[in-house]
Design a binder for this molecule. Structure first.
Ligand code: SF4
Length: 462
């Protein structure tokens, strides 16, 4: 019987996609995925260190596994990703029962390290930059979670230095994949029936700057990927507001497959706080860029990230954030209470920390402002016909299906018209019948296309 593996993923879409690659690598070794901890032979934690609660969750889960490893000595545990890169020694100290610790630059070595640990005992291997002799992780053929929608890494690392962010120190400098390789991957996916791709990078706007040593090539990439036959929807995350250029807005507007959706992180509405965060734009500049992209792309849905309680944030600073959030009229926002990440500039400003109760109160006030604009945006869609890509049963109400509109909005609707139920991956036209701050309700009108995908077998990448 083939040995079984499971992967626990913490953090962002970038990490989710790294886990798909890890799964593809383990599958290529003859292993099989499982969700059952009782039968698992290799358990991999792909970690994130952007938020503090991810750290706590990891150590909690590792602690609970100690007893299981004593009962089942054959069980192998590996910890990789950002937190492993940052806390290599701490993981060993706090969880000596972990067999392998690997970093962000040697994900492709994970199967080899697991095999070596059988003979050599516990191994820690962290590289401080891309391995010049090893296979780049992005060449590993991923075992994709969804057969109709795929994440595509276009770039790793980040050349910015935002004061709250640990990414540059754990993921390194920006490295872009060649445009031709990305397009070839998308073409291969389209041949297998994938209809939606999401381009991933820490700062997608600067994609290609390292390849050309001049200007970025993101607009060119958007047009090329949007032109691949069979790809109906192209999304991307995340662009940096300071680098959102007119040619990118033009490519979004002129490429029909590029969805009317933009995630544009604000972080703060106060120029004083933005400068302390080293974000490289003012609130006014941010709002000007937002107006420009909305003029270029009508019906654009905009989401954002906002940090509440950055060290030194005064009442006036926060009021400014509320003003900008109200003016920006977001469709949704990921709002975070500031938590210091060791190794970042912001963590050293502990004398300026905002008290927890003040942060909690500001967080609640911001939530109200964002939900008000989100609800208004959603109510304005009631009565319209929209096309959704079917995802599957609703988690809250399995009697309903969920799907995403082109604007990335979650819609709940019934399973069928007549006798034929809709399958995940189908494109269906629906009428929007109701609105809430975080979702839409809809009635199906017509199936536009059944699912085109074949299977979730890894697609080899050239
Ligand atoms: S742009 Fe800033 S927040 Fe985004 S990954 Fe780079 S350093 Fe972090």
């Amino acid at each position: 019987m083939a040995p079984k593996f499971a992967i626990r993923t913490f953090g962002c879409q970038m990490n989710e996609h790294d886990s798909e690659r890890l799964a593809g690598l383990l599958l290529a070794q003859g292993m099989e995925p499982t969700d059952d901890l009782g039968e698992v032979d290799v358990l991999v934690f792909n970690t994130c260190c952007i938020r503090e609660n991810a750290d706590n969750r990891l150590y909690g889960e590792l602690g609970r596994l100690k007893e299981l490893t004593e009962r089942r000595p054959g069980l192998k545990i590996a910890v990789g990703g950002c937190q492993a890169q940052k806390d290599r020694h701490l993981i060993r100290e706090r969880a000596p029962h972990v067999d392998v610790v690997f970093g962000t630059h040697n994900l492709a070595h994970a199967p080899d390290l697991l095999a070596r640990s059988e003979l050599e005992g516990p191994i820690t291997e962290i590289l401080d930059g891309p391995d010049p002799d090893g296979p780049p992780a992005h060449l590993a053929a991923p075992l994709r979670e969804l057969p109709y929608s795929a994440w595509i890494t276009i770039q790793t690392g980040c050349d910015n230095s935002c004061a709250f962010c640990i990414v540059p120190s754990v993921r390194g400098r920006e490295v872009s994949r060649p445009l031709e390789a990305i397009v070839a991957e998308v073409e291969a996916l389209a041949r297998r029936g994938v209809v939606e791709v999401t381009l991933l990078g820490q700062n997608v706007n600067s994609y290609g700057r390292d390849l050309t040593r001049r200007s970025p090539r993101f607009a060119q990439l958007l047009r090329a990927v949007g032109g691949v036959e069979g790809i109906d929807r192209v999304r991307f995350t995340s662009p940096h507001p300071k680098d959102l250029r007119p040619e990118t807005m033009a490519a979004m507007a002129e490429t029909p497959a590029v969805c009317e959706q933009l995630h544009l992180p604000l972080q703060s509405g106060s120029d004083r706080v933005l400068a302390a965060m080293r974000r490289g734009y003012s609130a006014q500049r941010y709002l000007e860029r937002l107006s420009a992209v909305r003029r270029a792309v009508p019906d654009l849905a905009v989401s954002t990230d906002i940090i509440v309680g950055f060290p030194g944030e005064s009442d006036e600073d926060f009021e400014r954030t509320l003003d900008v959030a109200a003016e920006a009229q977001y469709d949704s926002a990921y709002t975070f209470m500031f938590s210091p990440r060791p190794g970042t500039r912001a963590a050293d400003r502990c004398e300026d920390f905002v008290p927890d109760d003040v942060v909690a109160e500001r967080f609640e006030r911001l939530r109200v402002v964002v939900e008000r604009s989100a609800l208004a945006k959603h109510e304005a869609r009631v009565g319209r016909v929209e096309r959704v890509l079917v995802e599957g049963p609703s988690r809250k109400d399995p009697a309903m299906l969920t799907g995403r509109t082109r604007q990335g909005k979650l819609a709940h609707f019934s399973w069928r018209i007549g006798s034929a139920p809709f399958a995940p991956g189908a494109l269906v036209d629906v009428t929007i019948t109701g609105a809430a701050p975080h979702h839409l309700r809809a009635e199906p009108i017509e199936m536009i296309s059944p699912p085109r995908h074949r299977s979730r077998i890894p697609v080899a990448i050239r």
